[in-house]
Design a protein around this ligand. Structure first.
Ligand code: IVH
Length: 714
C-alpha cells in the first residue's frame, strides 16, 4: 500500500473499508483471523468516526452499515427471516458503565433507577439459527453475512444438543432459536489424537474446527465429531415468550435445548462489573473456550425499545476478556518475503505456552513496530495471543536486560534474491496528513504512545523487495494461486512448489499449466502416482470460478470477497479485463483503492501477457452464473427500485416475496421514504401504507404484485 493514497479522507475511508472487509473475510469465511478483535474494533471505530465527520463518505455497503462476511459456496443460501446482527464490544468497566448510562437515558430512567442485566458466557464457537415450524426442526443456517447464510440443516441434525422436535404452545407456529456450536476442549483433543494416530495433520483450535466441521458436505463425517450447542437467543417467533430474557433462557431449557448453566441475573451494572472480574480468572477452568461475556438487558420490552443500529442491538454488549500474555526470550529474527515483496520481521522465541498452544514464532509486523518496541536479540519479551490470532510481541521487559542483548541486524538485501531492500520516504502529503491527525487526536486527548510514534515516522513502515522475479515472491504467488480458497490445486503443497521453482520448471503461475509428467518424474520425490495426481489437480483447476481466478491472481487489496463481488458484477473474465476504474468502483463493495489496484495491475503488459498465456494453456474461468442468472431475471419493473413490504401476503411469505424482488434486481427496505419506489401492501397494512399515500409513493396490492412477478415468469 502506498501511503499517499491515504492523503484524503475519501482514500482513507476506502482503505479502511477494504482492510475491514479483508479481516471480515478472514474471520467469517476462512475462520482464520489475523488481528485481534480489539484491533479490528479500532479500524472500525476510525471508519465510523470518519463517516461521522464526512457523512458524504458513508456508502450503503460500508462495513459500518452491515456486519461482516458473505455466504460460502457449496450450500444453499438462505435469507434469515430476521437478520443475525453483531454485538458491540466493550473492554473495561468504564465502557460498561457508559453503555448502562446510555441505556438508562434512552429508556428515560431516573438517577435512582437501575436496569437488570443477564450475564452469560460468550462461547467461542459458531453462531447458528435453528428454525422450528409446528414444532419440527426444519432449517438450520450459519450466520453468513448476517442477512443470508448457508443452509446446514443436515449437519446440525447430527448434534445431540439440538432437539428435532419441540412443544408447540397453542396456535403458535414458528420459533427460531439462536445459539453457538462449539467443541469441548477435551473432545477436541481426543479428535486430534485420533487424527494423529491416523497420520493426519492436527486441527489448530476448537473454534475453527467447529466452523470447518459445519461446512463439511458429508453429514456422516460431521456426526462422527462431538459438536455441541448452547442456545441463547430468539429469532423470528410467534411463541408466547416470557417477559424477561432470564425466564426465556429457562424456557429454552424446558423446551429441550442446552442452555449454559453459568448464567447470572444482575440487579445493576455494578453487579455486572463484579461478575466480569470474577470470570477473568474463572474462565480458564471451563471445559470449553470463551472469549468474553455477553451482557443483556433482562426486560424484553426494554430490549425492543432500545432497538438496534444497522450492525448490532443496543440492548446487549460483549465484554471481551483481556488477551492472554506470556513471557519468552527472543532468540533471533527471521525476515519473511511476502508475495508482494513486503518483508516482515518474525520473532523466533523460546517456546512458551499460550492459550492452549505452544508458541515459538510471533510477528513483529514491520520496521515501525520494530523501532517502537526497541527490541534486541536476547530480550525477554511479552507475547500476546487472543483467540486464534497470530501471536505478537507486545513489549520488551526492560528490567530483565542483562547487557548481553544485541541489536537486530536489519538486512540490506533480500534474504531470498539478494536485491537491495527499499524503504521509501513517505510522501510529503502523507506526512502533512499525519500531522493533522496528531493535532486532531491531541485535541480529543486520544493519542497513545504507539499511535504517536507511528504518526511521526517519515519513512514507509515496510521494507520492500522490488524484484518481481524474487524466488520467495514467486513461491508465495504460486502458493496463493494454488491455495484452497483460490484455484484449489490438489497436490501442490509448499514443498512441491519449492521443488518446481528450484528446478526452474515454474517461474510464473502460467508455467504450472505447461508442466509435463515426464519432467515431474525426473524430480526427486515424484513417483508415477504423485506426478499424475499433480497433473490431474492442475488440470481440474482450469475451470475454477472467475471469483477464485481473480482472487488467485494476487492483486493487491483484492481479497476473496472483493474478487467475488467483481466476478458477480462483470460475469466474464473479458468483461473484467475491459473494465476501467469507474466501472470497477461501481461494483457494490469495491472502493477506490481496490479499483486503482486492479487498474494498475492490468496496466502492466506482463500481467496482461500472463493472463493471456494462462488462457492459451487452457485456463478459462466459466462465466459467473450469478451474473448470468441475475441478467436473465432482471426486470425493469423491479430493477434498481426500492420496495417496502407491508401487511400479510396470501401467496407467499415476506421472505419469499423479498427473494423474488431481489432476484429481479429490486431492493427491499423496512421503512417508507421519498426514495421508496413501490409499497406492496397485503392484508391489514397499516401505517406504512398510509405513509406511502401521504408521500405519493406508488402502491400495489397483492394481486398487482403477483401480476408484476408473473409478467416476467411467463
Ligand atoms: S447473543 C446480536 N449470547 O458472539 C447477537 N451471542 O461476537 C446476539 N456468542 O454473533 C447474540 N456466546 O455468535 C449471544 N451467550 C451468547 C453468546 C453469543 C457467543 C456469539 C454470537 C455472536 C458473537 C458476537
Amino acid at each position: 500500500m502506498t501511503d499517499d493514497l491515504f492523503s484524503t479522507p475519501e482514500a482513507r475511508a476506502a482503505q479502511l473499508r477494504e482492510e475491514i472487509q479483508h479481516h471480515n473475510d478472514l474471520y467469517y469465511q476462512k475462520a482464520a483471523p489475523e488481528i485481534s478483535d480489539r484491533e479490528f474494533d479500532a479500524l472500525l471505530a476510525e471508519l465510523v468516526e470518519l463517516e461521522e465527520r464526512y457523512p458524504d463518505l458513508r456508502t450503503p455497503d460500508s462495513p459500518t452499515q452491515r456486519p461482516g462476511g458473505a455466504p460460502q459456496q457449496g450450500f444453499t443460501t438462505v435469507t434469515h427471516a430476521l437478520p443475525m446482527l453483531s454485538i458491540q464490544n466493550t473492554y473495561n468497566a468504564e465502557e460498561l458503565r457508559e453503555w448502562d448510562a446510555r441505556n438508562r437515558k434512552s429508556l428515560g430512567l431516573g438517577a435512582g433507577d437501575t436496569i437488570e442485566y443477564v450475564v452469560e458466557l460468550k462461547i467461542d464457537g459458531v453462531a447458528v439459527n435453528l428454525r422450528y415450524e409446528d414444532g419440527r426442526f426444519v432449517l438450520g443456517a450459519t450466520r453468513g453475512d448476517g442477512r443470508q447464510g448457508d443452509d446446514i440443516t443436515r449437519n446440525l441434525r447430527t448434534i445431540a444438543d439440538i432437539p428435532g422436535r419441540i412443544d408447540v404452545p397453542g396456535a403458535a407456529r414458528v420459533l427460531e432459536v439462536r445459539g453457538e456450536v462449539y467443541f469441548q476442549r477435551a473432545d477436541f483433543e481426543a479428535l486430534n489424537e485420533k487424527r494423529a494416530a491416523a497420520g493426519d495433520e492436527p486441527f489448530a483450535n476448537p473454534r475453527n474446527t467447529a466452523a470447518g466441521t459445519l461446512k463439511l458436505l458429508d453429514p456422516s463425517t460431521v456426526a462422527a465429531r462431538p459438536l455441541r450447542m448452547f442456545a441463547y437467543a430468539v429469532g423470528e417467533s410467534d411463541y408466547p415468550l416470557p417477559a424477561t430474557h432470564f425466564e426465556f433462557l429457562d424456557a429454552l431449557d424446558a423446551l429441550g435445548f442446552a442452555v449454559n448453566k453459568e448464567r447470572r441475573l444482575c440487579a445493576s451494572i455494578d453487579e455486572v462489573i463484579a461478575c466480569t472480574d470474577e470470570w477473568e480468572e474463572k474462565r480458564r477452568a471451563l471445559p470449553y473456550d470463551t472469549d468474553g461475556l455477553v451482557v443483556k438487558v433482562n426486560r424484553r420490552d426494554w430490549q425492543a425499545e432500545l432497538g438496534a443500529t444497522a450492525k448490532a442491538p443496543r440492548a446487549l454488549v460483549a465484554y471481551k476478556f483481556s488477551a492472554e500474555q506470556g513471557q519468552s526470550r527472543l532468540s533471533a529474527v527471521e525476515w519473511n518475503v511476502g508475495r508482494t515483496g513486503v518483508v516482515t520481521p518474525v520473532a523466533i522465541m523460546e517456546p512458551v505456552r499460550l492459550a492452549g498452544t505452544t508458541v515459538r514464532r510471533a510477528t513483529l509486523h514491520n520496521m515501525d513496530e520494530l523501532e517502537y518496541l526497541g527490541v534486541r536479540v536476547g530480550d525477554s519479551v511479552l507475547v500476546e495471543k487472543g483467540g486464534d490470532i497470530i501471536p505478537k510481541v507486545v513489549r520488551v521487559v526492560e528490567s530483565l536486560r542483562t547487557g548481553e542483548e544485541t541489536e537486530i541486524a536489519v538486512p540490506a538485501e533480500c534474504p531470498s534474491c539478494g536485491s537491495v531492500l527499499e524503504r521509501k520516504p513517505l510522501d510529503p502529503d502523507e506526512i502533512e496528513r499525519r500531522h493533522r491527525e496528531i493535532a486532531r487526536r491531541e485535541e480529543k486527548d486520544d493519542l497513545d504512545e504507539r499511535t504517536r510514534f507511528r504518526l511521526t515516522r517519515t519513512l514507509e513502515p515496510h521494507l520492500v523487495c522490488a524484484n518481481a522475479a524474487c524466488p520467495a515472491q514467486v513461491i508465495e504467488r504460486i502458493r496463493h494461486f494454488a491455495a484452497r480458497n483460490a484455484m484449489d490445486i490438489d497436490g501442490l503443497a509448499e514443498k512441491t512448489i519449492e521443488k518446481l521453482t528450484d528446478a526452474g520448471l515454474v517461474t510464473t503461475i502460467a508455467d504450472l499449466y505447461a508442466l509435463r509428467k515426464d519432467a515431474l518424474l525426473e524430480l526427486e520425490g515424484f513417483k508415477e502416482k504423485s506426478a499424475q495426481n499433480l497433473i490431474d489437480g492442475i488440470e481440474a483447476s482450469k475451470t475454477r470460478s472467475l471469483a477464485r481466478f481473480l482472487f488467485g491472481l494476487g492483486i493487491r487489496h483484492v481479497g476473496e470477497t472483493g474478487a467475488r463481488d467483481i466476478a458477480r458484477a462483470f460475469g466474464t473474465l473479458d468483461a473484467v479485463l475491459a473494465a476501467d476504474a469507474a466501472a470497477l468502483t461501481n461494483v457494490d463493495g469495491v472502493g477506490d483503492v481496490v479499483a486503482a489496484s486492479i487498474v494498475e495491475f492490468l496496466a502492466h503488459p506482463e500481467n496482461r501477457a500472463l493472463i493471456a498465456r494462462l488462457r492459451e494453456l487452457g485456463v478459462e474461468p466459466p462465466p459467473d452464473e450469478s451474473a448470468a442468472e441475475r441478467e436473465a431475471h432482471r426486470d425493469e419493473t423491479f430493477d434498481g427500485r426500492i420496495f417496502v413490504l407491508t401487511g400479510e401476503l396470501d401467496a407467499m411469505t415476506r421472505t419469499e416475496a423479498k427473494a423474488e424482488i431481489e432476484k429481479r434486481g429490486g431492493k427491499v427496505t423496512g421503512s417508507v421514504s421519498k426514495k421508496t419506489g413501490v409499497v406492496v401492501a397485503g392484508e391489514n397494512a397499516g401505517s406504512k401504507l398510509a405513509k406511502a399515500r401521504e408521500l405519493g409513493v406508488e402502491t400495489w396490492d397483492e394481486a398487482q404484485f403477483l401480476a408484476a412477478l408473473e409478467r416476467r415468469l411467463a
